[in-house]
Design a binder for this molecule. Structure first.
Ligand code: ADP
Ligand code: MG
Length: 359
């Protein structure tokens, strides 16, 4: 694992600790934070209290070479992100994540210090979002590293937001800004290519903190869930943006059998995203629509909640739902109407291809 970002000077072989020694070592500092976590690591299964709320469960698997590249992903960030994206899924249901279980596949090219870094990142996210790591499984992998995180969350039945709850006229809202995580990825890929061509070259990442953080250390928007609750707004539908705005809008449309119209000039983007897009010569809107990994929340509200949502900072109203089932359109800044597909937009696509793109 030679990498400029993961140098790991000390090396303890996993075999020195053994599987159980490794588990003990990694989990010894866990302190349970939620009253629903009755039993954590240390038995054949964790025990989670059933209370008067409903249980939300989701899993995400991250595979080296597919979902992450260790040549530019610090292991601590990787651990953090693996937990953060799961918490984001629970937030998208308008719930609270309370426990995670972690499955990890390792090859002996990883020393104990590497796994420890991953766990430090995971524990940091757990602490920040008050989630308990209550169990897992540790196995050897003959190829790369994989990390599977299962999250368990809770929500009152009447609070849960599904993808399919929108009605015609509902306003489509998005938290934060979009496209930055993709710009961070492009930058890291560019520097990786430069490093490969000339290993003496130091990566030029100075001054790009925002887009790099958005890619390497996304934050689930549990604060938005909380702010909406405080404001007395229950979204009629909600999803988190993992694959890009266009794809997520289509998910909401499909689930509610409705259509949607958004306005290009309303899509929130940070100045750093715009600058980077310019230097890569890509249209910033494309980064927002197709980029993904922003982990912002995309949700609909009733028009009667308009004033309430306007009072919350960092939420943009970008469009509304229409009767045209399955059709998502964007009014561009030069006033053209363009059909959105899961890959962004393409006015020339025929309907057969549209269907495929929706899968
Ligand atoms: P079993 O053989 O019954 O599956 P294990 O030996 O795999 O049990 O696990 C023992 C305990 O350690 C369990 O509580 C399990 O959840 C926990 N555990 C195993 N691997 C990990 C890990 N990577 N991270 C956190 N907890 C783990
Ligand atoms: Mg096991």
């Amino acid at each position: 694992m030679k990498s400029p970002v993961n140098p790991l000077p000390n090396r303890t072989e996993i075999s020195q600790l053994g599987e159980f020694g490794l588990i003990d070592y990694l989990t010894k500092n866990i302190r349970l934070q939620n009253s629903t976590s009755l039993k954590g690591v240390g038995d054949d299964a964790a025990v989670i209290a059933a209370d008067n709320r409903q249980t939300l469960v989701s899993v995400d698997v991250l595979i080296e070479g597919v979902h992450f590249d260790l040549s530019y992903t610090p292991l601590k960030h990787l651990g953090y992100k693996a937990v953060a994206v799961n918490i984001s899924d629970i937030a998208a249901m308008n719930g609270k994540a309370e426990q995670i279980v972690v499955g990890i596949g390792l090859s002996n090219r990883f020393p104990v210090e590497a796994i420890e870094e991953i766990y430090e990142g995971m524990m940091l996210a757990c602490k920040r979002y008050q989630v308990d790591l209550v169990g897992g499984d540790t196995t050897s992998s003959h190829s790369g590293l994989f990390i599977s995180v299962t999250v368990i969350g809770k929500a009152k039945q009447e609070e849960i937001c599904y993808r399919g709850g929108a009605s015609v006229g509902d306003l489509l809202c998005v938290s934060g800004d979009l496209g930055a995580a993709y710009m961070g990825l492009l930058l890291l890929e560019r520097e990786k290519a430069a490093f490969k061509a000339n290993p003496d070259m130091q990566p030029d990442l100075e001054g790009y903190d925002y887009i790099l953080e958005r890619q390497l250390k996304p934050e689930p928007r549990t604060d938005v869930v909380e702010m909406l609750k405080q404001a007395g707004i229950k979204p009629t539908s909600m999803i988190d943006i993992s694959d890009g705005l266009a794809s997520e809008i289509l998910h909401l449309c499909k689930a509610s059998s409705l259509g949607c119209r958004i306005y290009e000039d309303k899509i929130p983007m940070d100045a750093a995203t715009l600058t980077m897009a310019e230097s890569f010569r890509i249209v910033p809107t494309v980064a927002a629509l197709n980029g993904g990994e922003d982990y912002e929340l995309l949700f609909t509200i009733r028009q009667t909640d308009f004033e309430k949502v306007k009072a919350i900072s960092n939420i943009s109203i970008i469009g509304h739902f229409t009767e045209q089932s399955g059709i998502a359109e964007m009014v561009t800044t030069d006033n053209q109407l363009i059909r959105l597909t899961a890959q962004g937009w393409d006015a020339l696509k025929n309907s057969e291809e549209d269907k495929k793109a929706d899968l």
